[in-house]
Design a protein around this ligand. Structure first.
Ligand SMILES: [Zn+2]
Ligand SMILES: [Zn+2]
Length: 179
């Protein structure tokens, strides 16, 4: 295990590594996208839902977006679309602007030279790694806040709009209605 201080990487990347657990090309892709989005949109870390990230994969990259952009799983401004595509869209609600970043190069995520590969990515120009496109996307709605009600079967509190109506007219949580 290499100490982060020995990695000699930028401080904001160190923060991402602390959160994610290791340095790898995936995390580095997310780091590069977040930095470029911050530069292009002139934004700061999202305290609430002002920035929205739509990664089209569930890879290591998503963790760097959470750390640097504040687009987190819990706030509802991380809209993960699990298409397995190396594409990331970042939107700023304040300006109504957004950018879509699509990765152009691939590298195998070998255990051996993860750190080396990550560092070589850091030394390359962003436009060599990603293509960038400004998009005019409509802003996704804010996260829904819905009251919780008990499931008719297990009794556990469940967000009302996630409850399913059974044939008997009773509302059940998803696991109960599936079983
Ligand atoms: Zn990783
Ligand atoms: Zn239930």
């Amino acid at each position: 295990m290499i100490e982060n201080s020995e990695l000699n990487v930028p401080q904001d990347l160190e923060k991402c590594i602390k959160f994610h657990g290791h340095l790898c090309p995936g995390l580095t892709y997310g780091y590069l996208v977040a930095k470029e989005a911050i530069r292009l949109l002139d934004i700061r870390r999202s305290e609430d839902e002002e920035i929205v990230a739509m990664p089209e994969n569930d890879s290591c990259a998503v963790d760097a977006l959470q750390v640097l952009l504040g687009t987190t799983a819990g706030k509802g401004n991380l809209l993960l679309k699990d298409y397995g595509k190396n594409v990331y869209t970042i939107l700023d609600r304040a300006s109504g602007r957004g950018f879509r970043f699509s990765r152009k190069i691939s590298c195998r995520n070998d255990q051996q030279d993860k750190v080396l590969k990550s560092k070589s990515l850091l030394s390359r120009p962003f436009e060599e790694i990603f293509s960038t496109e400004e998009i005019s996307a409509s802003m996704p709605p804010y996260a829904r806040i819905s009251p919780s009600e008990p499931c008719a079967k297990c009794g556990e509190l469940t967000m009302a709009d996630k409850l399913r109506q059974g044939q008997d007219g009773k509302s059940m949580c998803i696991p109960c209605s599936d079983s």
